[in-house]
Ligand binder design. Structure first.
Ligand code: SF4
Length: 495
């Protein structure tokens, strides 16, 4: 149950707040941003008439804000706030008041904020920046960065074992009477050749039994059952290319370069030249950066931006992207990659990774070599051909429609665009382009700030849903910090 925003009665001890310095960062943040939108944002997620009175949503949001700002765990932010005068002042409570406990914080994050379009918090901060005249630029800079998943990568057999163990345990704990009706785990040894297949069959049958016994399952049972279902349906699991963790089934392998990989998520970011993040998308680590251009552009526009220029690296120079920018009269300050995907001609499921310069196929295998094909003289119809390891294709469960049995090679071609995009090639040589592209690296500083100071190097929680909440909260916090800076720059310097 959510009460209308209440006015706190100020206690005698509030006198102590005079010891919080006037130039304390939290005082500046408090005057830079209006947090009142939070009440309206989460209102829908509360029951109107029943339940215990909810802690003030704005108070809990401010607590989450402190957590990200100072990079603290749920428990630590509560402990610190209990004894920190500036934090309590920022929350709007009296010095002697108790702080909500850590479990309330996680419930609020997942069930209130998560359930109510967490991306709206970004919209509100961007709009306030525009209203305050802090954003003047019509250019957005795009980039992607990675976050290491919160769980380590597992072998397929361990993924299956752990998923089965977790589902069995949660059902037995919540419904002890059903334990006897659940199929017993098989005794398989890791060295057994068919161990993974046996566990896969067991997990499938355990999932079906739980569905039959508990058709109205909810909460933790639904969550574990959902993970089990996802794992059973993953065609790439047994080839080590699909789900790689029973604890974090959404995390995926991505490549930072040809020799450096990571296991986790990618954050795709659009930012103004004033360094205000206007759009954010979170995907599993294997996602192609270039495909997010439209998403980031649409989100930036929906958040109130009027975009007339996009500055990004060559990963965004795909044909579809260049055409989209042309249609929307947006200047593409995007260096052309020597090869550019031909939009619709791309074969489903193949992803080009510009950092590693290889192609990843639907089975998660990456190409092992590449070669240029076509006429050198005319430069027309030239393609970059990426070759896959034929031995892997022969044993691939997804070879249907991809690899013809008996074929001596398996390749994937990408057209070299020398004969296309002449206009863009000319623009790339211009002084305007050279000057504007110099603005691109500022987004890398923003990525570094989010990782170094606000915990985005590693996922705090498991799963894409929670990763999204973490990323949006972090973007909100760095934007508010930036608002403070921009406001200070607006003030005339005191002589
Ligand atoms: S057949 Fe080869 S290229 Fe095609 S999905 Fe399988 S491993 Fe990848």
């Amino acid at each position: 149950m959510l009460h209308p925003a209440r006015q706190l009665s100020v206690s005698f001890h509030s006198e102590l707040y005079k010891f919080v310095p006037e130039d304390h960062l939290l005082r500046k943040i408090h005057s830079a941003i209006d947090f009142r939108f939070i009440h309206e944002l989460v209102e829908q997620s509360y029951c109107k008439y029943y339940g215990r009175p909810a802690n003030e949503p704005e108070l809990l949001f401010r607590l989450l804000f402190l957590q990200i700002l100072y990079n603290l765990s749920d428990e630590r932010v509560v402990q610190e706030t209990q004894v920190n005068l500036a934090y309590k002042w920022f929350l709007g409570i009296n010095p002697e008041d108790l702080v909500p406990d850590a479990s309330q914080l996680s419930r609020y994050r997942n069930h209130r904020l998560g359930a109510s379009q967490v991306e709206d918090i970004l919209k509100h901060v961007v709009r306030q920046c525009i209203e305050q005249g802090l954003v003047k630029s019509k250019a957005i800079i795009m980039d992607a960065t990675h976050t290491q998943g919160g769980s380590p990568k597992q072998r397929p057999l361990d993924v299956l074992r752990d998923a089965a163990k977790r589902l069995f345990r949660v059902v037995s704990k919540r419904h002890p009477k059903l334990e006897k009706k659940l199929p017993k785990p098989p005794h398989v040894k890791s060295e057994q050749a068919d161990a993974a297949q046996i566990m896969l069959a067991y997990l499938a049958s355990l999932g079906e039994t739980v569905e039959q016994l508990l058709p109205d399952h909810e909460g933790a049972v639904s969550e574990k059952l959902g993970i089990a279902r996802q794992i059973v349906e993953d065609e790439r699991l047994l080839s080590h290319k699909g789900i790689l963790s029973a604890f974090d089934p959404d995390a995926r392998f991505g490549w930072k370069s040809i020799s450096k990989s990571f296991f986790g998520y990618k954050e795709h970011i659009a930012m103004t030249e004033e360094e205000i993040i206007t759009a954010l998308e979170v995907t599993p680590g294997s996602t192609d950066d270039g495909k997010q251009l439209s998403v980031l552009l649409e989100q930036s526009t929906a958040n109130g931006m009027n975009v007339n220029e996009i500055i990004a690296d060559k990963a965004y120079s795909g044909k579809d992207n260049l055409e989209k920018m042309k249609t929307e009269t947006i200047t593409p300050v995007v260096p052309l990659h020597p090869i550019v995907h031909e939009g619709g001609e791309r074969q489903e499921g193949f992803e080009y990774n510009k950092d590693a310069d290889f192609v990843v196929c639907p089975a998660g295998e990456h190409s092992i070599r590449r070669a240029i094909q076509g006429s050198k003289k005319t430069g027309k119809s030239r393609s970059m051909v990426y070759y896959f390891d034929i031995e892997k294709c022969k044993a691939c469960p997804l070879q249907d429609g991809c690899y013809k049995s008996g074929a001596k090679s398996k390749s994937y071609s990408i057209r070299i665009i020398a004969e296309h995009f002449k206009e863009q090639i000319e623009f790339e040589l211009s002084d305007t382009f050279k000057e504007r592209i110099r603005r691109r690296p500022i987004i890398e500083h923003k990525n570094a700030e989010m990782k170094r100071f606000h915990g985005m190097a590693t996922a705090r929680y498991r799963g894409l849903f929670r990763m999204r909440i973490q990323a949006y909260l972090t973007a909100f916090v760095v934007n508010v910090k930036r608002m403070v800076k921009l406001n200070e720059q607006k003030q005339p310097a005191l002589s």
